[in-house]
Design a protein around this ligand. Structure first.
Ligand code: NAD
Length: 391
């Protein structure tokens, strides 16, 4: 269906090649950045993955680098501030982010402070608050899930108030996204599974969002198919470069899809579960995806029928309701396969959420920005029921 209005704006240059992160000197030369702030996390630094990438920067004319590697698993305000201070030490002209969504989001937020100044990045939270373009940001994802390398979004935890702050602005699109599947080979099975389910959630929620349009659909439907075909393989055989490549590209496509269509109630709940109970984002999405699909069933069943086809459901001859239910069951079957392969939790209780936290999570979910784009009104009492079912 073509909506009355939609737009597609996508300024990030995406490059894919195994090994590319070690030498993308052509791109660097075009950018002309000579002082670079490199942001990663301590685990990736210790793994030895970062050194050859930083070494490769010299080939593209980068003369000076400074490293910030203190990004926690959920990006936090303090880390953003410290990263910015590191960049100021060398008057960085650009930022290289190598890591998962936490690192890439920290880099986006640090870029705001580094370019626009100020002490508190939270002053820029919300939508369309930035007044000028930021310093060039090169995003190199090492997980296949968030798609942050191609989105105008950053999600940062305000650790003192226990809420996740969203930043949305066209100036937050990374300048370049380097997709190097070799960097994802080291992901252990559970991380592979939860980040892959994060990408699937992006693609499915983008397809049912109020802002869905033919462009976002093209990206989400392709992503769903690729995830169905390659996620379990990537979890079971982490060294399979083909499965890793497909998952990295699928996550990227799903990122473009949700960047243009936004997400919905699954993300409203998972952001809140993350803020209250510190459950990793992908794990929370994986647990809540089929329940959120059921929440939207009446208004989204036609779309779920399409989703089902991409998930391999033989929908021919099925009524829409039946095909939509089959799609949800297919998501559950994929989760069950991942649980068998690596123990990925499929219940909130199993992920460490306390039952007494559910009312707070329901309340925060209604207030979450993703709720605006959900195809059905997000009602606190019904969300609480949904959370109880997922518990
Ligand atoms: P993450 O960045 O938090 O990383 C999780 C852990 O995995 C870390 O310990 C990290 O060191 C490790 N890791 C990363 N790559 C690895 C590799 N190749 N091998 C081994 N270990 C590796 O996880 P994530 O799921 O990528 O990101 C989650 C964050 O992204 C959340 O804060 C979420 O809110 C945010 N997010 C942002 C967007 C966006 O568009 N900006 C979209 C979705 C999620």
């Amino acid at each position: 269906m073509v909506p009355d209005f939609f737009q597609f704006y996508f300024p990030t240059k995406v490059l894919f090649q195994a090994g590319l992160s070690r030498d993308f000197s052509n791109e660097l030369s075009l950018l002309g950045v000579s002082r670079m702030l490199v942001i990663t996390d301590s685990h990736l630094l210790k793994s030895g993955m970062i050194e050859p990438i930083v070494e490769g920067l010299k080939l593209g004319g980068v003369e000076k680098t400074v490293l910030f590697s203190d990004v926690p698993p959920n990006s936090e305000l303090t880390a953003v501030k410290k990263a910015c201070e590191k960049g100021m030490e060398i008057e960085a002209e650009g930022i290289l982010a190598v890591g998962g969504g936490s690192v890439m989001d920290t880099a986006k937020a640090a870029d705001i402070l580094l370019t626009l100044g100020g002490d508190l990045v939270q002053d820029y939270s919300g939508a369309h608050t930035l007044t000028s373009p930021l310093k060039p940001l090169i995003a190199v994802p090492t997980t296949a899930g968030t798609g942050s390398e191609v989105t105008q979004v950053a999600v940062i935890l305000d650790e003192s108030n226990g809420v996740k702050l969203s930043f949305l602005d066209r100036y937050l699109y990374p300048t370049i996204a380097i997709l190097d599947p070799e960097l994802t080979l080291s992901m252990p099975p559970k991380l592979t599974a939860m980040t892959g389910m994060d990408a699937l959630t992006h693609a499915i929620e983008a397809s049912t969002s109020l802002e869905a349009n033919p462009y976002s659909d093209a990206f989400s439907m392709k992503a769903i198919r690729m995830i169905k075909d390659h996620l379990a393989k990537a979890v079971q055989t982490g060294s399979d470069l083909k499965a890793r490549s497909n998952m990295l590209v699928a996550s990227n496509l799903a990122g473009v899809a949700f960047d243009h269509a936004m997400v919905g109630v699954v993300h409203s709940m998972s952001h809140s579960v993350g803020a209250v109970a510190h459950v990793p984002h992908g794990m929370a999405n994986s647990i809540l995806l089929p329940w959120g699909m059921e929440y939207n069933f009446d208004v989204a069943k036609e779309r779920y029928s399409d989703v089902g086809k991409r998930l391999g459901v033989k929908t021919q001859g099925m009524a829409v309701d039946e095909a939509a239910r089959a799609a949800i069951e297919e998501v559950r079957a994929l989760r069950a396969e991942l649980k068998r392969a690596c123990g990925l939790p499929d219940r909130l209780g199993e992920a460490g959420v306390k039952e007494s936290d559910l009312p707070k999570i329901a309340q925060l979910s209604v207030e979450d920005g993703s709720s605006f784009y959900n195809p059905r009104e997000v009602v606190e009492a019904e969300v609480l029921e949904t959370l109880k079912r997922a518990y």
